[in-house]
Unconditional design. Sequence first.
Lengths: 112, 113
Amino acid sequence: AQSVAQPEDQVNVAEGNPLTVKCTYSVSGNPYLFWYVQYPNRGLQFLLKYITGDNLVKGSYGFEAEFNKSQTSFHLKKPSALVSDSALYFCAVRGLDYQLIWGAGTKLIIKP
Amino acid sequence: SAVISQKPSRDICQRGTSLTIQCQVDSQVTMMFWYRQQPGQSLTLIATANQGSEATYESGFVIDKFPISRPNLTFSTLTVSNMSPEDSSIYLCSVGEGRWEQYFGPGTRLTVT
């Protein structure tokens, strides 16, 4: 069965430092992976996806994610964090019926 | 990407009543999804609503409690029937059409008293 794990409930980073939000997956077949962000009291926004090709995927707002097949990971990264990046981040993998299977979410807090 | 609107944005309802949530898309899409989300928590898929076929419900969700309509390629409704306080949640619709990712509406925040 397809599944996604986000091992950290919360990540705290100082503004200007690099950030990483972790995601690991378990799939049968090729993984189709996604990152979404949810700002307080707002809907979910698509950040980036990995379907095939280059293992480093670039997305919105300066975020990128690295696909690692051997470690079954798809970690979200940003070189320099902004206070405005504080939000809830979700990793997801595409299921067999085109639905998305979601991780538990990671709360990212960027401190000034 | 598709622009998705939902109505109402929020509502407070009494137990035992029903609420119908509308989801409108600015372009034609085949696949629409309905989710439930507790604030600060992950999403739970309720059902997949494809135009021209019956909605497909996930385990734990039944049509009598969450009837869905999909009359055309730009619109869907989700009804939460015979509500109880446990139904208090955020309800989200999303679309996926010819793309790998899904795009989401702003959500409907439901409180049942």
